[in-house]
Write a protein of this length. Structure first.
Length: 283
């Protein structure tokens, strides 16, 4: 069960022709689904749940390097969490300004188009909001500035769980180079979760502004060489694929592409899974 873990870059999948794709929304307004616990939607392998009596919130923050990375890595899981009544927020570290070979597009046009594509994908999934940190595509480092921006997001949103790129592999499963922006985003996000967002003396200006220090309880990393959590996304795999296809500057939606996508996430039993390296942090 060692399927694709969501780390390829878009250019690999650009196809030839286009036609519309339809999908079933992850509609979070359906009353029967709003109250569902994770065991009903996720089955045996599932992420942890907040202790609401302890003030923990059903919130997940997904931190991605580029528009579309969150959808590769965690769209199915995000969609299932939204169905379970969680608030899911995406943030995208870079502006995506280098992600096109089309000479008719300026970088500024591309930034605008890709931001809208990410919003469209998020809407399909039931992701509540999308934020853009605006760092330059292809030039990201795990800088103090990036760390501060992610810590601010964590302290503002107060997520129970944070999902991001695994920063450790340079080469993933002897198959893919882990883009430098992915590694920088993953590393800064891990550092933001622990210890920076947790300790009030890190970025004390946030505390002075009224943002509380925040303890994230769970960290889930996609693109891991040794995942320890396989989320069954079979129920929502078509919505995940629709979210990817929403990135129209990156992907076409011909049948070959759609089948290629399904194959990436399908296991030997015909189930579709997103794989994560899950770390539970101390209270
Ligand atoms: Zn990427």
């Amino acid at each position: 069960m060692d399927k694709f873990t969501g780390t390829m870059d878009a250019a690999r999948f650009r196809g030839q022709s286009e036609h519309a794709i339809t999908s079933t929304d992850c509609d979070t307004t359906e009353g029967t689904q709003m109250a569902a616990g994770l065991e009903d939607l996720f089955g045996q392998e599932r992420p942890g749940e907040p202790d609401e009596a302890e003030g923990e919130l059903k919130r997940a923050l997904v931190v991605a390097a580029h528009p579309d990375d969150a959808d590769f890595g965690a769209a199915g899981t995000a969609c299932l969490l939204a169905r379970a009544g969680w608030e899911v927020r995406y943030i995208v570290a870079t502006d995506g300004s280098k992600g096109s070979d089309d000479p008719s597009l300026t970088p500024a046009q591309l930034v605008e188009l890709r931001a809208q594509e990410q919003r469209d994908a998020a809407e399909l999934l039931g992701v509540a909001s999308v934020g853009f940190l605006g760092f330059t595509d292809g030039e990201l480092t795990a800088s103090r500035e990036l760390l501060e921006a992610i810590v601010r997001e964590i302290r503002t949103f107060q997520p129970f769980a944070v999902y991001t790129h695994d920063p450790e592999p340079v080469i993933i499963r002897d198959s893919f180079v882990n883009h430098s922006d992915h590694r920088a985003t993953g590393l800064a996000t891990v550092d933001a979760v622990y210890p920076a967002a947790r300790d009030r003396l890190n970025f004390p200006e946030h505390i002075a502004e009224g943002l509380p220090a925040h303890k994230v309880r769970e960290l889930c990393l996609w693109g891991a060489n040794e995942p320890n959590l396989q989320i069954d996304i079979t129920e929502v795999v078509e919505t995940k694929i629709a979210a990817l296809v929403a990135h129209t500057t990156q992907f076409d939606s011909d049948d070959a592409f759609l089948e290629q996508m399904r194959t990436f996430w399908r296991d030997d039993e015909g189930r579709y899974r997103e794989a994560f390296r899950r770390i539970v942090l101390f209270r």
